[in-house]
Design a protein around this ligand. Sequence first.
Ligand code: NDP
Length: 614
Amino acid sequence: MPSRKFADGEVVMGRWPGSVLYYEVQVTSYDDVAHLYTVKYKDGTELALKESDIRSQSSFKPRKSQSSSSSPSRRSSSRSRSRSRSPGRPAKGRRRSASQSREHKDDKKKTTQETSLALPVLVLFKPSENNTKRYNGEPESTEKNATSCIILEQKLKPDLEIKRVLEQYSLRPRKDDKKKEEIYSEKKTFVAVKPIEKVSTKTKELEFGGRIGIFMLILLLPATVFYLLLMCKQDDPSLLNFPPLPALESLWDWRVFGVCLLWFFLQAAFYLLPIGKVVEGLPLSSGRKLQYRINGFYAFILTAAAIGVLLYFEFELHYLYDHLMQFAVSAAAFSLALSIYLYVRSLKAPEDELAPSGNSGYFIYDFFTGHELNPRIGSFDLKYFCELRPGLIGWVVINLAMLLAEMKIHNLSVPSLSMILVNSFQLLYVADALWNEEAVLTTMDITHDGFGFMLAFGDLVWVPFVYSLQAFYLVGHPITITWPVAAAITVLNCIGYYIFRSANSQKNNFRRNPADPKLANLKFIPTATGKGLLVTGWWGFVRHPNYLGDIIMALAWSLPCGFNHILPYFYVIYFICLLVHREARDEHHCKQKYGLAWERYCQRVPYRIFPYIY
Ligand code: NDP
C-alpha cells in the first residue's frame, strides 16, 4: 500500500462530499486501516475524505488576472461560458476585477431576464466559504461547479421565503467581499445544515437484508422467473396449482443459447454505430464526466427492420414462444457469466470508480449490488448498454412473438383486442425509454448502483421474460374484452404515461439545466450541494410522481388479461413492492445527500408516491 500523501496539519484542498467543489481544509489525522484522512473545514466541520478527494493547494494556481484571456482555465472554458447564463454565473463574477463589475451587473440582469426569474439573484454561499475564489487553474469541473453550484436563482414567494432560506443555510445576499469575510470569519456558515455523513469508501449500511437477504435473492429471482413461466404454460395457472418441474436436459438448448449471444452482440454492434449524439453524464465523485452515445432509438429502428426482414422471409418468430423457457435459462446463464466477469474485473478497479452502494467488502453483497459503478471496455459502457438495449428491445420482440403465436395457435386473422392493447402499451413504454434515452443518465441505476448480478439479471432476464408475462399469458388464456372496456383501459394507460413522462422530463431537464426557461415557473429548495429540489410541478405533487405514473401504467397492462387469474397481475403487484422499496432507498440516499433541505422538502411534499395514501 502506498504511504499517505498528506501530513497532519497540512493545509490542502478537500472535495465537498456529493459535489465537485474544493475547499481549504486542514488534515487532522489519517486512518491507516480505512485509508481516510480526517480533515477540518474552516467552519469547523470535520469529515473523513479519501486521498482522491484531496489535492494540494499548489494544484490550484492563483489567478493572476481575471481579464487575461491566456489563462488556461479561460481557454478551456467554452463549456463554462456556455453555462454562463446559468444561475452559476455570479460566482464567476466574484472572481472578477472591480473594473468588470459593471459588465457583471449587466450580465446578471440579462440572465435574470432570460430566465424570467421573478426575484433578484441570490448568492448561495458554499457550506464553508474558504479561499477557493483565490484559486484558478483547477480542473475544468471544479471551475464549472464553483460557478454553477454556488449561485441559485429562485422564483420564490418573496421576502419570507428568502429570509427562511437565508436563515436556514446562513446565507447572505451578495454584498461585498469584506462583508463576506466577516461572515465567514464568524464561522456562521452552514450551522443549520445537518452534517452530511462522513465520506467512506466502504458501504456500511447493507441493503436488501444484508448478506443473507442477498443470498436469498440470488436464488429467489431466477426461481421466480422460471416459476412464472411454467405457471403461464399451464391450462390452470392458479397460484396453488404448482407446475410439474421440467426435466433438466429440456431446459438447455445450444441453438437457443447461440441466438441469445447473437442477439446480445447484434445490439452491441448497433450501440457502437457512430450515429446519434454523444452526451455527458452527471459528474462522478472525481468530478469527471463520462460520455455516452445516445443511439438507442436508432438501434430499435434497426432491430425492427431486421425483424421485418426475418418475417418477410417467413422466419417463424413464434419459435420464441415454443422455447421461451430455454431462452430464459440461456439469458440467465449469460447474465450470471457477465456478473462473474464484472465482479472479477471490479477487483482491479480504482477505489474512486467503485459504486457507493456495492463496496461492502463482502463478496456476495458486492457481487449482487455491483462493485464497479461504470464498468467500461474502452468507451463501451456495459451497464448503460444493458440498461436499455438487449433486455428492453428483447421484451418487445418477445411480445411480438406472443402476438404471432396467438394468431397461429387460435387460428386468428387478427390478434385479440387484449393482445393488441398489451403489445401497444408496452411498445409505447419501450419506445419512450429509448427515445428519451438520455434521461436514464440521471437515474439511480446509472448514478448510484454498481453493475453486478442485480442489474445484469434484472436487465437481461427479469425485464424481457417477466415483463412479457401478460402477452405470454394471453396466448394460452384468451380473453375477450369489449371496445368500451378497451377504451377505458387505454385512457388509464395514457394518464399513467403522461404523469410518468412529464415527471421524468421535468426532473431530468432541471438536473441538466436548472436555468432552462421552460422551467422558470417551477420553485425549488436550494441544498448545500448546489443542486435544488423541485417543490412545485410534479415533484411538488408527490415525492416520486414518476413512480406513480409507472404504477398506473402497470395496472393498465394487466387489466386486458381479465380477472380469471392473479398471474397477469404479478407485474403490477411486484412493481408496487419494487418501487416502494426503491423509493425508500432513494429517500435514504437523498437524506444523506441533502440533510435538512431534504427534510424541508418532505415537509412541503408529505406523500411519497400515492397522494393522501402513502
Ligand atoms: P428517479 O428518476 O425518480 O430519481 C431519483 C432521484 O431524483 C433522486 O435520487 C434525486 O437525485 C432526484 N430527486 C429527487 N427528488 C427530487 C426533486 N424534488 N427535485 C429534483 N430532483 C429530485 O429514480 P429512478 O432511477 O428510481 O427511476 C427512474 C424511472 O425509471 C422512474 O420513472 C421509474 O418509475 C422507472 N423505473 C422503472 C423500472 C422498471 O422496471 N420498469 C424499475 C425502476 C425504475 P439527485 O438529487 O441526485 O439528482
